[in-house]
Each structure stands twice: as structure tokens, then as C-alpha cells.
Design a protein around this ligand. Structure first.
Ligand code: NAD
Ligand code: UD1
Length: 337
């Protein structure tokens, strides 16, 4: 059985659907600090099955032990953690506690229970400000904020664990910019408060919850001056986790793998794509650059294709259509309006 930490969250909830479709049995472990039990109920409706869920914190060794005592776990997909860059600058200790300490407690519990396979949610943020694009997995790694540093530290901790015992199987999936939602429109990204990330902000502007999008910077050295990113549909991303699990037994080194499409889109291009998909206007204005932002970031995804047989299949139009279906059907996210 697969233990999915953070399985109630945005990427986790989409991944458990993919696991179910692929025939994997799983149990979700989540403290719901950034998600809602409603997401689990919605996934149950999609897969027409009850989901095993344990409410608990990955920093709580006893709670984790009870999961290993109750279920025969043979691998872990580890999503649980905090992800808001700005908050991580304000509260670094919280981020190191949840992300780094949480992973240490989790790996210790795995080790004590003889479970040695882990797929970890890393991020393209570990490439810092890349010298060139597209980004391959051998690019130098760096971090510019505590969130990014926590991801780098976890990658290094997992590499050290492998060095100490090379019967571990470790896959570090470096996500580019996850967007979109399940095609049912019943699950999706539900950020607390004002969204920091572009796509939820665009979606909330289109639905009328926000007045105007601020485009952070119009003088980057990019096609139209706004920032360029590799947006990847969350359903493609979910499939990448299943493909990683399918192959994990065959790996005899720590695998770092980019999950991106290989295509870069600017902020303005994303606004236009969203307007096409939604039929709504997304008013925007130029604002100063956001501190810490880089001009351009997109993946070379060829390693994922070679190693996992994985390629992203969904383009920006589908990403926007699916985000819009989720946003327009659930203007208040999972909260009952
Ligand atoms: P999310 O916040 O929606 O999901 C994370 C889940 O983990 C939530 O359900 C939350 O309640 C849970 N959680 C947090 N701390 C926990 C703890 N101590 N114990 C138990 N559960 C805990 O985020 P997401 O977008 O689904 O991201 C999942 C993972 O992917 C995170 O590790 C994130 O850093 C990483 N990631 C996300 C993105 C992105 O843009 N969404 C990009 C790169 C990497
Ligand atoms: C952010 C995080 C990064 C994380 C990534 C994926 C920051 C500084 N970085 O990166 O660590 O790995 O998400 O989760 O938060 N934009 C606007 N207006 C907005 C919001 C964003 O113009 O209101 C622009 C940004 O300047 C950027 C692009 O949209 O060019 C994408 O922004 P965002 O969705 O926040 O992702 P990243 O900046 O790639």
C-alpha cells in the first residue's frame, strides 16, 4: 500500500485519483493545515470508493507509527509540507520544522518499519536563477528563500540516506508550475486568502473575486517583458507520480527528474489563454517586479520521457479550461458558500 502524505492537498488529491486508476491501494495521511476534508469527499465521488484517511502530522512520530502498524505500507509519496514563499521568509523556523523536520521524522518512521521507497515533491525552485533555459537536471542547485532551501535540504537528506543504505529507492520530482484541475471541475487549487501564484489569481479575477491582476514586471528580457514559466497540468503531474512508482524498483541511484512541459508561456500569454477559455475579461495592470522572481524558467523534460516514459499531454488551453471549470463551479473553493 502507498502512504500519501499531504494527499488531501492540491497535487495530492489529483495524484490519489491517478493511483486509484492505476490499481494502487493507498492511505492518505494529512493534518489538513492547508486543505479540507471536503477534497477527500469529492475524490471519493470521482473514484466511487471510500478513501482511507488518517488525520495526523508528519512531525508526530507516534501518529506515523500507528499508520505503519495499521497498514502494510511499501512506499511513500511525500507531498506534506508548506509552500508559500513569502510566508517562509517571515517564518523560516516554521518552514524548516514542517518541511525539513517533518521529512526527517517521516524517513525515520519509514526506516524503523523497513519501508525504503519514497517519491518526494521537489520543485524547480531548486535551480535558483538558472543561467540558461531549458533546465536539465544537472544544472547547479541553489535557493533564494527558506522554502526553496527546505526543498534543497530535503533533497540532500534523501541523498545522504541513500548513501548510508543504498537499498533505499528515492525519486525527487522537480515540478515546474502546476496549474489546472481535474476535468470534473469538483477538485482544484483552493488557496487561503489572496493567491500568491498566478493562475489562481487569474481565475479569481475572471470570476469577479479580484478586481485586477498585477503583472509583476514588464521589462524582463522575454517575449513581451513579463515573466515566462513552464505551466504543467496537475493531472499530467499526477500521472508522473504513478510512472515514478511503477519504475522505482529498477532505480539504483537517487533519481532527480523534472516534471514540466518544456514550453514557456508569459504572464500575458496566460491571461489571454484564460480569457479564451473562460470567455471572461481578466483586467490587468503592470506592477513592479516581485522580489525574488526570475525572468524565465522552463524545463527540459526529456529525462522524464527516457526514464519514466512520461510526457505532459495537456496544453495551456486545457489547463485554463479546467481551472475555469473548477473556479466557476466553486467560486469559494471547498468552503460551502
Ligand atoms: P498543498 O498545500 O495543497 O498540499 C500539501 C498538503 O500537506 C496539505 O493537504 C496540507 O494540509 C498537508 N500538510 C502540510 N503540512 C503537514 C504536516 N506537517 N503533516 C501532515 N500534513 C501536512 O500543496 P500542493 O500544491 O499540493 O503541494 C504539494 C507538495 O508539492 C508540497 O510539498 C509543495 O512544496 C510541492 N510543490 C508544490 C508546487 C506548487 O506550485 N503547488 C510546486 C513545486 C513543489
Ligand atoms: C512561485 C514560487 C516558487 C515555486 C513556484 C511553484 C515565488 C517567488 N516563487 O514561483 O518558489 O516553486 O511558485 O509553486 O513565489 N505573477 C504576476 N502576478 C501575480 C502572480 C504572479 O505577474 O499576481 C507572475 C510572476 O511574476 C511569474 C509568473 O506570474 O512571472 C508565475 O508566478 P507564480 O505562479 O507565483 O510562480 P513562480 O514565480 O514561478
Amino acid at each position: 500500500m502507498v502512504l500519501v502524505t499531504g494527499g488531501a492537498g492540491y497535487i495530492g488529491s489529483h495524484t490519489i485519483i491517478a493511483l486509484d486508476e492505476a490499481g494502487y491501494d493507498f492511505v492518505v495521511f494529512d493534518n489538513f493545515c492547508n486543505s479540507s476534508k471536503e477534497s477527500i469527499t469529492r475524490v471519493e465521488n470521482i473514484i466511487d470508493k471510500k478513501i482511507k484517511v488518517i488525520e495526523g502530522d508528519i512531525r508526530d512520530a507516534k501518529a506515523l507509527q500507528s499508520v505503519f502498524d495499521t497498514y502494510k505500507i511499501d512506499s511513500v509519496i511525500h507531498f506534506a509540507g508548506l509552500k508559500a514563499v513569502g510566508e517562509s521568509v517571515e517564518k523560516p523556523l516554521k518552514y524548516y520544522d514542517y518541511n525539513v523536520n517533518g521529512t526527517v521524522v517521516l524517513c525515520d518512521a519509514m526506516s524503523k518499519n523497513g519501508v525504503k521507497k519514497i517519491v518526494f515533491s521537489s520543485s524547480a525552485t531548486v535551480y535558483g536563477d538558472p543561467a540558461t533555459t531549458p533546465i536539465t537536471e544537472d544544472f547547479p542547485l541553489s535557493a533564494t528563500n527558506p522554502y526553496g532551501r527546505s526543498k534543497l535540504m530535503i533533497e540532500e537528506i534523501l541523498r545522504d540516506i541513500y548513501v548510508s543504505d543504498n537499498s533505499w529507492k528515492v525519486v525527487l520530482l522537480r515540478y515546474f508550475n502546476p496549474v489546472g484541475a481535474h476535468e470534473s471541475g469538483t477538485i482544484g487549487e483552493d488557496p487561503n486568502g489572496i493567491p500568491n501564484n498566478l493562475m489562481p489569481f487569474i481565475a479569481q479575477t475572471a470570476v469577479g473575486k479580484r478586481d485586477v491582476l498585477s503583472v509583476f514586471g514588464d521589462d524582463y528580457d522575454t517575449k513581451d517583458g513579463s515573466g515566462v514559466r513552464d505551466y504543467i497540468h496537475v493531472v499530467d503531474l499526477a500521472d508522473g507520480h504513478v510512472k515514478a512508482l511503477n519504475k522505482i524498483d529498477g532505480f539504483d541511484e537517487v533519481m532527480s527528474i523534472n516534471l514540466g512541459t518544456g514550453n514557456g508561456y508569459s504572464v500575458i500569454e496566460m491571461v489571454k489563454a484564460f480569457e479564451r477559455a473562460s470567455g471572461k475579461k481578466v483586467p490587468y495592470k503592470t506592477a513592479p517586479r516581485r522580489s525574488g522572481d526570475i525572468a524565465t524558467c522552463f524545463a527540459d523534460p526529456s529525462y522524464a520521457k527516457d526514464i519514466l516514459g512520461w510526457v505532459a499531454t495537456k496544453g495551456v488551453d486545457q489547463m485554463c479550461e479546467d481551472s475555469w471549470r473548477w473556479q466557476s463551479n466553486n467560486p469559494n473553493g471547498y468552503a460551502k458558500s
